[in-house]
Design a protein around this ligand. Structure first.
Ligand code: GTP
Ligand code: MG
Length: 138
């Protein structure tokens, strides 16, 4: 059983899509074992997305992530990391498969509704950034 860190991004919380996105996760067999709504500062978003610090879109990305509240959550299931990324769809919604969260809800490559960890090592770091062990209720 695996865990991954998911974020419902500002474009989606703003449009009241939290429930519809959570339904996609649960329908795919992912269990939400921790969840909270927070409003990141730009600095906190920058620490989270530090791997993208040198990318031209870093400033836009961190401003966006701090623009409205987000919902951070831990999803658990068999192959949760890969399964979550499958349910999310491609980064660019124009390339996302039909039925995926990004195909249905994302507005652009930047404002693409959800984040999901990309490997076990990053999932562990990202989960620890937002949650204490006591908050994970499997
Ligand atoms: P995450 O789950 O959010 O990490 O998305 P990803 O793994 O599908 O994409 P990646 O890690 O490559 O990029 C991280 C995030 O940066 C994306 O989800 C987008 O929100 C943003 N991003 C990526 N490319 C661009 C871009 O060209 N322009 C802008 N504004 N944002 C981008
Ligand atoms: Mg990524």
């Amino acid at each position: 059983i695996e865990r991954t860190l998911s974020i419902i991004k500002p474009d989606a919380t703003k449009r009241n899509l939290t429930g519809k996105i959570n339904a996609k996760f649960e329908d795919a067999g992912l269990r939400i074992v921790a969840q909270k709504r927070i409003h990141l500062t730009k600095d906190q978003a920058g620490v989270f997305y530090a791997v993208h610090k040198e990318r031209p879109f870093f400033d836009e990305l961190t401003s966006f992530m701090a623009s409205e509240p987000v919902v951070v959550q831990v999803l658990e299931g068999e192959n949760a990391i890969a399964k979550n990324r499958e349910v999310m769809g491609a980064t660019n919604p124009a390339e996302a498969a039909a039925g995926t969260i990004r195909a249905e809800f994302a507005e652009s490559v930047g404002e693409n509704s959800v984040h999901g960890s990309d490997a076990p090592e990053t999932a562990a770091v990202e989960i620890a950034y937002f949650f204490s062990g006591l908050e994970l209720v499997g």
